[in-house]
Design a protein. Structure first.
Length: 156
């Protein structure tokens, strides 16, 4: 037997949908603003009152970024480090998870508890000691230091 929807149920559903649409707008508007501003000229970006849509569609911001080899190097560095950290994190976590799920060994429960309990330590507390290690191993200002730092903070 189907449940009858009362007026109160419908009002709650409508209110919930309105709240969800408002939340979506609240979350998506900064992304829209960033994208629309990337197609505006500098004078239009800083104009008061601000415009929601670009008056004149321009690609000068993209030309300035993509035409500068130094900034392209910054993009390459970011993508390289992000790709390396992602691959290593997935690989290490996948192998560890497989080992924990398939094999029984002495101390498995204790080791699992130890690994999970390390999640209670705020990562920022590890930053200064990790910086000391990076400097002492003389890998400061290298891809290796960046990748290891991010790897330490992304692995469970």
């Amino acid at each position: 037997m189907r449940k009858r929807h009362t007026t109160k149920d419908r009002l709650i559903t409508v209110a919930l949908h309105i709240a969800l649409v408002a939340g979506l707008f609240f979350a998506a508007f900064p992304i829209y603003w960033m994208l629309s501003s990337s197609f505006k000229s500098n004078t239009e970006i800083f104009a008061l009152p601000p415009t929601i849509l670009p008056k004149a569609f321009t690609l000068e911001a993209y030309a300035a970024i993509l035409g500068d080899p130094v900034k392209l190097r910054f993009f390459f560095n970011s993508y390289f480090v992000a790709f390396a950290v992602t691959v290593l994190t997935v690989l290490i976590a996948l192998l560890a998870a497989y080992g924990f799920s398939r094999f029984n060994f002495r101390g498995k429960g204790s080791l699992n508890t130890l690994i999970i309990s390390t999640q209670t330590i705020p990562p920022i507390t590890l930053l200064i000691p990790f910086f000391g290690l990076v400097v002492s191993y003389r890998i400061f200002d290298t891809y290796t230091a960046l990748i290891l730092t991010y790897l330490v903070f992304t692995l469970p």
